[in-house]
Design a protein around this ligand. Structure first.
Ligand code: GAR
Length: 198
């Protein structure tokens, strides 16, 4: 699920193509914004894509019903929030326990939670004066950015960094690496669990 430019989605697409992700595939991309470039990336790569505009579906239940319809139709077994800028309700999240992951552009538990998303995260980190930041991939539960951490990678802050410069470095050095890696790890777990159930 995406809302913006989709560079993390691109990292996942590239990882599937290069074999870093080999135990799963991207069955669909759902955007909460009509003009998200991530939708273009999905189309260019022949991936089914859907738009469920948060603006149009302002009622959270209706919004989440739409998401659920698509997830069921596509038989999705893992939901990856790759720059998805909407908060999911506790009810929604509970339906997919340990099956939703998110990439966050800081070292959780720093600079996370309500209101910390996108460039705001990097601005807060620079305002605080941290010398190291990074990215986290974590399970999604009912607490914003509060689920168990799966992978983290630290990135140095440099003198003269702006939020934009730091964001780019964290994406390149951390997010685009740990998100595909976490996807593969969890796909392996899902397959193992499936075999155990048989
Ligand atoms: C990424 O930096 C991602 O970590 C962040 O938004 C950006 C999306 O970029 N997500 C959050 O802040 C979620 N709390 P992308 O659309 O190019 O992948």
């Amino acid at each position: 699920m995406v809302s913006g430019s989709g560079t993390n989605l691109q990292a996942m697409i590239d990882a599937v193509n290069s074999g870093i992700i080999k135990s799963g595939e991207i069955c669909a991309v759902i955007s909460s914004k009509e003009d998200a470039y991530a939708l273009e990336r999905a189309k260019q790569n022949g991936i089914a894509c859907y738009c469920v505009p948060k603006k149009k579906y302002s009622d959270q239940m209706v919004f989440e019903d739409k998401l659920n319809d698509i997830l069921k139709k596509e038989d999705a077994e893992l939901i990856v929030l790759a720059g998805f800028m909407c908060v999911l309700s506790a009810g929604f999240v509970k339906q997919y326990k340990d099956r939703i992951i998110n990439v966050h552009p800081s070292l959780i538990p720093s600079f996370c939670g309500d209101g910390f998303y996108g460039l705001r995260v990097h601005k807060a980190a620079l305002d605080y004066g941290v010398k190291v930041s990074g990215a986290t991939v974590h399970y999604v539960n009912e607490i914003i950015d509060g689920g168990k951490i799966i992978l983290q990678k630290a990135v140095n802050v440099r003198k003269g960094d702006t939020p934009e410069i730091l964001q780019k470095r964290i994406m390149e050095q951390a997010e685009w690496k740990i998100l595909p890696k976490a996807c593969e790890m969890i796909c392996v777990r899902i397959i193992r669990e499936r075999k155990l159930k048989k």
